[in-house]
Design a protein around this ligand. Sequence first.
Ligand code: FES
Length: 143
Amino acid sequence: MRFDTGLMSDSYTLYNQTVMDHFLNPRNLGEVPDADGVGEVGAAACGDIMKISLKVKDGRIEDARFKTFGCGSAIASSSMATELIKGRTVAEAMSFSNQEVIQALGGLPPVKIHCSVLAEEAIKAALEDYRKRHPEAAGQPER
Ligand code: FES
């Protein structure tokens, strides 16, 4: 679903075009059916909540979706973060950092950096949940 709220005007927003695009047209919105791992985290500072669900096949993230109750930066960060981790192995995704999100989004305003941290934390919580549910996968060599 695409919609135009007129928020794209440069005079209105602190956000760049990439952030606005991921905010207004979020990728991977929703929940993975029969998820292998789910992570939900909240930001103490603002009360926003982010939930990420993962489908893992043969040690690799096949699908990632998000539901975010939060600011535009949190929505854009979760959209970009889910795009970035799809196709990675679980081990690779464990070292995922909010810096990757910021870079891929072309930067975030300093007061909005913590929103990207929320995406990193939600992904790591989902991966932890996956590892708890699939202890047999812990010692598996990553492909
Ligand atoms: S202001 Fe709360 S996550 Fe962005």
